[in-house]
Ligand binder design. Structure first.
Ligand code: CUA
Length: 344
């Protein structure tokens, strides 16, 4: 029942802007739990329909009985003798029926829900699962691919299959600050991301695609702009993406001036660019910034103009976010962005 309750009707502010990252990113589907594309999301929807169907039958029977009673007994004493109709003081068969039948219904719902929770709420990774640690920050997501040895942000990439078999994905959810909630309705139910506690979420994608979701627990001013993009790739595309993420940052000498400037700013205290002295961990890893479709956790597409505006003053795009304006000149902003744009 809890699963059903916590995955009720969805509205989302996920950006409607077309997201087109390098290469193979399909357009996002509608983030609806009624259009599942992952095994746990399908199970949740099945339970939802079962509960809805049972409730609908009860509703129809009860409304039918009420309407029938109103019509059937409406004019009973139209003869006007003023007497009361016959009074019934209890009936054992009737009381037994309205106790036992609801009990049986609740018992069935309990069993179905318990089985669903048991199957969905895995505490250990399924065999061969891809494991990713998700850290919620105000207001962005860190994705740590521990076994693969890299960290990225805001866009989760997973393969549909591994060696031709369906690939399970096992997320470990942690928070760096306050309570967030990780929710991609087409892939799984929602799961809170709680400071000081480790939660897990299982995904089993059934179709290649781009799925959107968002933080589902109010976490401050930019809660609504804490979006999640999940890309489910073919195995080959995913392996290519991993191989690229595993590389250190490219050293393009055309952008040497911008790189030197970037590495001389306080940016490096918060951001990591692997292969340079920038090794901060408070903010998204920028080693392969240009492999991401969006910036600011999905708030704007990752275009040259948006990147310049963001570096110039992120507060104009995402007021309240932790990144301050570094008070760069326009020329300095341009130099740094020219460097950032080499981080493919
Ligand atoms: Cu994070 Cu709402």
């Amino acid at each position: 029942m809890w699963i059903v309750l916590t995955t009720s009707v969805i509205t989302t502010t996920a950006s409607a802007a077309p997201i087109c990252a390098p290469g193979m990113m399909p357009t996002a589907g509608v983030p609806s739990m009624f259009d599942p594309r992952s095994a746990p999301a399908e199970m949740i929807l099945d339970i939802t329909w079962l509960v809805t169907a049972i409730c609908a039958v009860i509703f129809i029977i009860m409304q039918g009985l009420i309407i029938w009673a109103i019509i059937r007994y409406r004019a009973k004493h139209a003869d006007g003798d003023g007497s009361e109709p016959p009074q019934v003081y209890g009936s054992n068969p009737v009381e037994l029926a309205w106790t036992v039948i609801p009990l049986l219904i609740v018992f069935v719902l309990f069993l179905v829900s318990a089985r669903g929770i048991f199957e969905i709420d895995k505490q250990e990774p399924p065999a061969g699962a891809l494991e990713v640690t998700v850290v919620g920050h105000r207001w962005w997501w860190e994705f740590d691919y521990g076994a693969q040895g890299f960290t990225t942000a805001n866009e989760l990439h997973v393969p549909l299959t591994k060696d031709g078999e369906s690939q399970a994905v096992f997320l470990t959810l942690e928070s760096a600050d306050v309570i967030h909630s990780f929710w991609v309705p087409q892939l799984a139910g929602k799961k809170d991301v709680v400071p000081g506690r480790t939660n897990h979420l299982w995904l089993q994608p059934l179709e290649i695609g781009h799925y959107v979701g968002q933080c589902a627990e109010y976490c401050g001013a930019q809660h609504a702009n804490m979006l999640i993009n999940v890309f489910v790739h073919t195995e080959a595309d995913f392996n290519r993406w991993v191989a690229n993420q595993q590389r250190a940052a490219s050293q393009n000498n055309d952008a040497a001036k911008g790189r030197d400037l970037f590495l001389s700013t306080a940016c490096i205290n918060c951001h990591t660019i692997r292969g340079t002295v920038a090794n901060g961990t408070f903010a998204p890893d920028l080693t392969h910034l240009m492999s991401r479709a969006t910036i600011g956790s999905g708030i704007v597409p990752n275009t040259p103009d948006n990147l310049r505006n963001w570096v110039w003053d992120p507060q104009t795009i995402k007021p309240g976010c932790d990144m301050p304006s570094m008070k760069l000149t326009k020329d300095e902003t341009d130099l740094i962005c020219t460097y950032l744009e080499t981080l493919q």
